[in-house]
Design a protein around this ligand. Structure first.
Ligand SMILES: Cc1cc2nc3c(=O)[nH]c(=O)nc-3n(C[C@H](O)[C@H](O)[C@H](O)COP(=O)(O)O)c2cc1C
Length: 191
């Protein structure tokens, strides 16, 4: 495994402070190889996409989102599922990032998707929609392993609230290693 620094941008599809998905992201951060530098993007200030706003220049929150994606070796999306699909705030952020369509920062960018829910479906339908969205934007989304965490509320430490389910943590480790390998395929092809 390469020890060269890898720059990873992390986007959480939930805005709420106590988000289960944010807890999964925190666990991933602790499990990530030491040579990863993870940069969180806050999508809460991004306005609803409107080409009238865009025509006056990207708002600062969008500038930061695009810059973080542009400079990243890979982008990690950890998202809930809302009504069997992608949360609106996440789709909106990706729509902003997808502009301009022919030269967006998403094109050929390696992505990986994960998600958690108290329900039983593990965010499968939300992740399928994120994958479809990224396909439209010509990003390179890792096919697997998939991280579909169901009953997430039962997988937390009762005192700290941190994710502490052993088999989930081991699966996250495998996911992170696979994502690095996925990223390196594209880094090597650019040499
Ligand atoms: C508008 C809305 C729709 C939801 N729809 C689903 C759903 O389709 N599938 C699911 O597993 N959970 C659904 N949930 C429950 C979320 O999984 C739950 O609120 C979860 O905690 C959100 O993720 P977070 O903890 O990271 O904020 C929905 C929640 C909201 C607010």
């Amino acid at each position: 495994m390469s020890e060269n620094k890898l720059s990873i941008t992390a986007i959480c599809g939930s805005l709420r402070e106590g988000s289960f998905n944010r807890k999964v992201l925190k666990a991933m951060e602790e499990l990530a190889p030491k040579h990863w530098e993870i940069h969180h993007v806050d999508i809460s200030a991004i306005p609803l996409y409107n080409s009238d706003i865009e025509s006056h220049g990207d708002p600062q929150s969008v500038v930061e989102l695009k810059e973080s994606i542009r400079t990243a070796d890979g982008v990690l999306i950890i998202t809930p599922e809302y009504n069997m699909g992608i949360p609106g705030v996440l789709k909106n952020a990706l729509d902003w990032a997808s502009r301009p369509a022919r030269s967006s920062v998403l094109i050929q960018k390696p992505f990986a998707i994960a998600g958690a829910t108290p329900g039983g479906g593990g965010t499968a339908q939300s992740q399928a929609q994120v994958r479809q969205t990224l396909l439209a934007m010509n990003a390179y989304t890792m096919p697997g392993p998939k991280v579909l965490i169901g009953s997430v509320h039962e997988k937390l430490n009762e005192t700290t609230g941190e994710l502490n389910d052993e088999s989930t943590l081991r699966h996250l480790e495998r996911f992170l290693i696979a994502f690095e390998q996925w990223i390196l395929i594209f880094k090597q092809s650019q040499k």
